[in-house]
Ligand binder design. Structure first.
Ligand code: HEC
Length: 179
């Protein structure tokens, strides 16, 4: 009796493994969808892979200095700039902008709340610094193949400028009193 059960079980096992090899077992695979490496690659969604980067119309910081800030420092722009500042700039210049991050003294990052940045520098120059980098500071608006990271679109760079010039000093004062 036991042997018979085992035989039925084994027979069932053999049949079920063979079933997997029958032609209709692959029916689900053979459908009109596009298979890997098949056909021309689909276009990537906009800005998903910045292979060539966002073209910047000015060639360097000197040219950028003359640019007029095209983005009004609205609450929305400053909010965006603040977010980006905290993601990108704060690592070197500190959350407060006062060059108080652990790496600031090691690389010579400057205080962005200083009169030099708040008054002497033109907004276009600050935008140009973010775009093309500076002596040590990396470029955030230049394609990878030209040595930049291209992390910020031209508009985003203006948002950061708006934040640095209109709100950073105030935020920074708030942080000092919180300590
Ligand atoms: C990897 C570190 C690093 C990051 C990130 C960084 N900076 Fe800097 N930045 C520096 C250093 C170092 C200097 C001073 C030396 C130099 O000019 O390169 C500097 C200088 C500057 C200057 C002065 C330029 C001048 O002409 O004297 C400005 C303005 C500035 N940074 C703004 C920013 C803003 C805004 C961001 C964020 C988008 C940012 N930095 C991100 C390291 C950094």
């Amino acid at each position: 009796m036991k042997l018979k059960t085992l035989t039925i079980f084994l027979a069932g096992l053999i049949v079920s493994t063979q079933v997997a090899a029958w032609p209709w077992s692959t029916d689900m695979m053979n459908q009109p969808s596009i298979k890997p490496q098949e056909g021309p690659p689909a276009a990537f969604p906009k800005r998903s892979i910045p292979t060539i980067g966002i073209p910047t119309k000015v060639a360097n910081r000197q040219e950028a200095e003359k640019l007029k800030n095209p983005i009004k420092p609205t609450a929305e722009s400053i909010k965006q700039g603040r977010k980006l500042f905290r993601i990108i700039c704060a690592a070197c210049h500190g959350l407060s902008g006062k060059a108080d991050s652990p790496v600031s003294p090691k690389i010579g990052a400057i205080d962005l709340t200083s009169d030099y940045v708040q008054q002497t520098l033109a907004e276009g120059w600050i935008w140009g610094t973010i775009t093309f980098g500076s002596a040590i500071m990396p470029a955030y608006g230049v394609p990878n193949e030209q040595g930049g990271s291209n992390d910020l679109s031209p508009e985003e760079r203006w948002h950061v400028v708006n934040y640095v010039r209109k709100q950073l000093v105030r935020d920074s004062a708030g942080m000092a009193s919180a300590n």
